[in-house]
Design a protein around this ligand. Structure first.
Ligand SMILES: C[S@@+](CC[C@H](N)C(=O)[O-])C[C@H]1O[C@@H](n2cnc3c(N)ncnc32)[C@H](O)[C@@H]1O
Length: 311
């Protein structure tokens, strides 16, 4: 492991809303798909006492080590697994969590990951372009930036960063290859966009896009949501906190589709079949943090919570 500096504490977002959204009850079984520093896990385990159990998953081995220390007192009540939530069902079955009362996701990165030197997630420092959640993953940000054909790079920046000037940026990146560091990349984007000074750094969308691509974030989320349906018992709840519109759109559409009794045929839009819905949506409209929480934890301002119940 590179750069073992003291990790910056991560404040869990919408903690009360998640615990009440999941309707956590004593003795229940819960799965935290994005364990991080274990803040949500700790609150869920407390609310599920006595007798509750939790399976915590994180793709980042460093997160598991931090959460282990925090959740030490629940030993026996929790199992922590270093894996990707894209493998949710297999992980749950392997650990005896076949039918659970709640599954939740607090997507994105923790403050520890953003602040840890040499992870390459942030353009606030100049470091190697990495952005992997786990060193076991082969693809790095440097690979995407330096080896993807220009059109493919532009597609990534457009699709995952929703950046309108994706083509210009991709071209400038290709011209500057090899791009070795986050600082270099941030400068290239800044010059390509030539925007007046703003509150949000012009490279924010490009960094988000490359991170999503490196970690295949959207596909893993889609996989995990589908698998969550199979491990949730009747009346079990799923809660998802997302931090950008691409994730929230996936969650919203998936919940709506699974809560609908009509399935449309993609090839014949007018043809549809009826079925028994798998979910009931609990949060009719998206839930956002209170003003006090945003004041206390500015990072929470983009959080959006959606909750549904297995039928
Ligand atoms: C916002 S943090 C979670 C913080 C946590 N709820 C807490 O209270 O400390 C998100 C975590 O999810 C993990 N993560 C992101 N995508 C993942 C994936 N596909 N599989 C497993 N873990 C993932 C990240 O490594 C990170 O630790």
């Amino acid at each position: 492991m590179k750069g073992t500096s003291t990790p910056v504490a991560h404040t869990p977002v919408m903690l009360d809303e998640i615990v009440s959204g999941l309707a956590v009850k004593p003795g229940g079984l819960y799965v935290d798909c994005t364990l991080g520093a274990g803040g949500h896990a700790e609150a869920v385990l407390e609310a599920a006492s006595p007798g509750g159990r939790l399976l915590g998953i994180d793709a980042d081995p460093r997160a598991i080590r931090i959460a282990e220390r925090r959740l030490h007192r629940f030993e026996g009540g929790c199992a922590l697994v270093n894996d990707n939530f894209g493998n949710l069902k297999a992980i749950c079955l392997a650990h005896g969590f076949a039918k659970v009362h709640g599954v939740y996701f607090d997507l994105g990165l923790s403050s520890m990951q953003l602040d840890e030197p040499s992870r390459g997630f942030s353009f606030q420092r100049d470091e190697q372009l990495d952005m992997r959640l786990s060193e076991r993953q082969a693809l790095t940000a440097a690979d995407v930036v330096n080896t993807y054909p220009v059109e493919e790079l532009a597609r990534v920046i457009w699709a995952y960063g929703e950046e309108r000037k994706s083509r210009v940026i991709a071209r400038r990146i290709a011209e500057a290859r090899p791009v070795k560091t986050t600082g270099q990349l941030a400068k290239i984007v800044e010059r390509a966009l030539r925007l007046p000074r703003q509150r949000v750094h012009p490279a924010t969308r490009v960094f988000q896009a490359i991170r999503i691509c490196v970690n295949d974030e959207l596909r893993n989320l889609e996989r995990a949501l589908q698998q969550a349906l199979e491990i949730l018992g009747k009346g079990g709840r799923i809660a998802v906190v997302s931090f950008h519109s691409l994730e929230d759109r996936i969650v919203k559409n998936w919940m709506r589709q699974e809560a609908s009794s009509t399935v449309y045929n993609a090839e014949m839009p007018l043809a549809s079949t009826e079925r028994i819905p798998a979910l009931r949506i609990i949060t009719r409209s998206v839930v956002t943090p209170s003003e006090e929480e945003i004041e206390r934890t500015p990072r929470s301002r983009r959080a959006k919570l959606r909750v549904a119940e297995r039928l």
